[in-house]
Design a protein around this ligand. Structure first.
Ligand code: SAM
Length: 347
């Protein structure tokens, strides 16, 4: 198996069967080998720097009904909220003071936030914080809407593809959503000029090694600037409430593979990873990740953005989160940097 990892490091891709072999045969020794190689690659490109993004979860209204997600429209238990422009700007001001130079506006697919409203919001943020990047993560929209938000100043867009396999996509989503449209969105975002992020949950119900291999090949083809992966974690009031969570080990292994596949990738150690293991995010960095996205949302709404159960950092103030993360990174020899943290090709 080590020769496959060596080849991935050299050629930046493998066949689907080779990826399946790696995923099905990984063990602790192979993990260690992969993480060392991935850390060396990450060191060469980014040194010991970890980029921070301030995450603002600005609405949990959603018109979609994804079976895995706690803010799906059918979840009557979800306490819905949306932040006003003033509240969002207050989060940005606090974040700026804490050294964040990227704001990630993430939310459900909330029809209230029309493209006109999003454009106005992005313009206001960019006017007040011209040295900051704005990342949007607000789901599927027509190409012209993506273009309008880009023209308004948005720099990056996160839209996980969730799975690159059609049948698996249909198992995770109701019939009114399609993998075809997800992929269309990602290609449009890329063509427009955004720094684009796709990604998937690890261990989502029905996922096989073959599906993960398809994900890796799709990522290779799309060549995004960012990839967000984290373990699937069940949420008690969704159809997947009793499904098992994804594992730490498989998530870390995929982070390592992604680093070798796309060495300059912006790769977050996600909150979900920190939720399934107390040192999940530190282990994510050691496996090849180079981004952390602490929460900047007002504490009063954090528990309501409950995509999955037991989410961490829902009670802490933003400054506490920032300090905690900095200490965690320092404990493994890494440094949280103040800066936009663009993909190397976009600097
Ligand atoms: N609405 C936007 C979208 O669909 O891209 C952004 C918000 S959406 C809630 C962000 C991501 O949360 C999804 O892409 C999904 O991968 C992740 N997510 C949702 N439910 C989850 C769960 N139960 N466990 C882990 N991740 C989950």
């Amino acid at each position: 198996m080590r020769e496959l990892i060596d080849r991935l490091a050299q050629e930046h891709t493998l066949t689907q069967q080779e990826f399946i072999d790696l995923l099905e045969n990984r063990d602790a020794a192979l993990d260690e080998y992969l993480f060392q190689r991935a850390a060396a690659v990450r060191q060469e490109v980014f040194g010991k720097q970890v980029y921070l993004r301030g995450l603002i979860e600005f609405t949990n209204y959603c018109k979609n009904d994804c079976y895995y997600c706690g803010i799906r429209r059918s979840n009557r238990e979800a306490q819905r909220y949306r932040l006003g422009e003033g509240e969002i700007l207050a989060c940005c001001r606090e974040g700026y003071g804490l050294g964040f130079r990227t704001f990630v506006l993430q939310g459900g697919e909330d029809p209230y936030f029309t493209t006109a409203r999003m454009c106005a919001l992005v313009e206001t943020i960019k006017r007040e914080f011209p040295d900051c990047a704005v990342t949007l993560s607000i789901g599927e929209r027509p190409r012209e809407d993506y273009q309008a938000m880009f023209d308004a100043g948005a720099d990056r867009y996160l839209l996980r593809h969730e799975t690159a396999d059609d049948a698996h996509y249909r198992l995770l989503h109701p019939a009114d959503m399609s993998l075809e449209n997800r992929k269309r969105c990602l290609w449009d975002l890329k063509a427009i000029g955004y720094q684009v992020g796709c990604g998937m949950m690890v261990g989502s119900p029905g996922q096989t090694a073959a599906h993960l291999a398809e994900d890796l090949l799709f990522i290779r083809e799309l060549e995004p600037q960012m990839v967000g992966i984290g373990p699937f974690i069940p949420q008690h009031s969704t159809p997947f409430a009793v499904k098992p969570a994804g594992t730490l080990e498989m998530t870390l292994f995929l982070l390592g593979l992604l680093r070798l596949m796309l060495p300059r990738l912006l790769l977050p150690a996600t909150t979900a990873l920190g939720t399934i293991h107390p040192q999940g995010r530190e282990l994510g960095i050691l496996a090849g990740a180079n981004v952390c996205m602490p929460n900047l949302s007002p504490v009063s709404v954090r528990k309501k953005y409950a995509l999955y159960d037991n989410k961490i950092c829902t009670g802490d103030e933003s400054a506490q989160c920032r300090g905690c993360l900095e200490a965690r990174l320092a404990s493994i020899g890494y440094e949280a940097v103040v800066g936009r943290g663009d993909h190397p090709d976009f600097i």
